[in-house]
Design a protein around this ligand. Structure first.
Ligand SMILES: NC(=O)c1ccc[n+]([C@@H]2O[C@H](COP(=O)([O-])OP(=O)(O)OC[C@H]3O[C@@H](n4cnc5c(N)ncnc54)[C@H](OP(=O)(O)O)[C@@H]3O)[C@@H](O)[C@H]2O)c1
Length: 318
């Protein structure tokens, strides 16, 4: 009897030892819940909508009301100004920090008045990652980021140094999770060999569908790395080409069939992918954001999903 219990216990510990990385990853990933659609703040400030503090606070309130609790930032948005504007609006809103999740990014060094840079470049030294994150915390008027991302891969990045920065920021309670953006699978694997990578924020939409063909989404799915999609409605409303004309014609039919707007169909197209991608929407329009949350309830029929892809490619699947 005792022998049997001992054997069971030793098997259990062997299992724990061999699967510890997976278990820790799952437990850690479970700690962070992002909303089904993320609000990107790139267009909220001087780069586009130039919202006032009161307007931004109202938009944050509206997002929370609609169930959009995660906000995507980068230090560079608005030429290093939008984070601070959002921080002022967040303070003004009176919303409790735990009600939302904040993502920000670091690493892009622009040539700007208050930065002593001669040329645009990327900096992933340990000191810069930590300094930039602390700047984001100050600007956003928060003690921690839910997720910190490296904005774009640099050929000169040193994985050990990056891991040290990420681990220190986590140990100090300044970030809950660490991820990357615009990274290839091998670049992600390089960083992941030293520290956990929670997500990769990539360009993905019905018009930028390469990540579902080049293995990027399969790799993330396989390794439990969350895929976040920036510019999720693609160039459908931004450019007038044969591709976007074909797509808009099809969308006119689907709008009638599913009784939702075309942007909702495009978001539903992303959500239908098995990698459980989270779209990072760029709208700063309250009504549009409310409407876009309908995408989570739209289940595109298989052939409609393929019809969108077909019109985007301009040819049938092989
Ligand atoms: N990691 C990276 O390198 C990276 C790069 C780019 C962006 N991002 C993130 O991704 C977010 C989204 O990017 P994005 O702005 O390109 O996203 P998007 O959601 O694909 O585009 C949103 C823009 O399209 C406009 N729009 C025009 N007609 C529209 C229609 N019929 N339906 C819906 N939208 C329409 C919106 O205007 P309204 O505001 O009037 O709705 C908004 O300006 C950014 O805010 C940022 O957080 C990350």
């Amino acid at each position: 009897m005792l022998h049997c219990a001992k054997a069971l216990a030793s098997r259990f510990f062997l299992f724990l030892a061999s699967h510890s990385k997976i278990i820790i990853t799952v437990l850690f990933s479970m700690k962070i819940t992002l909303s089904p659609i993320i609000a990107g703040a790139m267009n909220w400030g001087v780069w586009s909508k130039n919202l006032t503090t009161t307007e931004m606070a109202a938009l944050i309130h509206s997002c929370l009301e609609y169930g959009i609790t995660t906000f995507d930032h980068a230090d560079i948005y608005g030429g290093y100004t939008t984070e601070a504007e959002f921080g002022a609006a967040f303070k003004h809103s009176g919303i409790a920090r735990e009600q939302m999740q904040l993502i920000s990014k670091c690493g892009i060094q622009h040539v700007m008045g208050n930065r002593n840079n001669r040329i645009k470049h990327y900096d992933y030294s340990k000191e810069y990652i930590i300094k930039s994150t602390e700047g984001s915390l100050k600007n956003l008027q928060t003690d921690y980021l839910d997720v910190l991302l490296l904005h774009r891969p640099s050929p000169l990045m040193e994985p050990d140094e990056i891991a040290e920065a990420a681990e220190q920021l986590k140990a100090d309670g300044k970030i809950k999770a660490f991820g990357v953006s615009n990274f290839t699978n091998s670049q992600t694997e390089l960083i992941r060999s030293r520290t956990e990578v929670f997500c990769n924020q990539i360009e993905f939409s019905a018009t930028a569908y390469q990540p579902m063909l080049d293995g990027s989404l399969d790799y993330m799915h396989l390794n439990n790395i969350r895929a976040l999609a920036w510019s999720p409605i693609g160039c459908v409303f931004k450019t007038d080409t044969e591709q976007t004309q074909r797509l808009r014609t099809l969308l006119m039919e689907l709008v009638v069939k599913y009784e939702v707007t075309a942007d909702v169909i495009l978001l539903a197209w992303i959500l239908r992918h098995p990698a459980k991608i989270i779209p990072v929407t760029g709208s700063a329009n309250s009504e549009r954001l409310k409407n876009q949350m309908k995408a989570a309830d739209v289940q595109l029929e298989l052939e409609d999903w393929f019809a969108i892809w077909t019109e985007s490619m301009g040819e049938k699947v092989p």
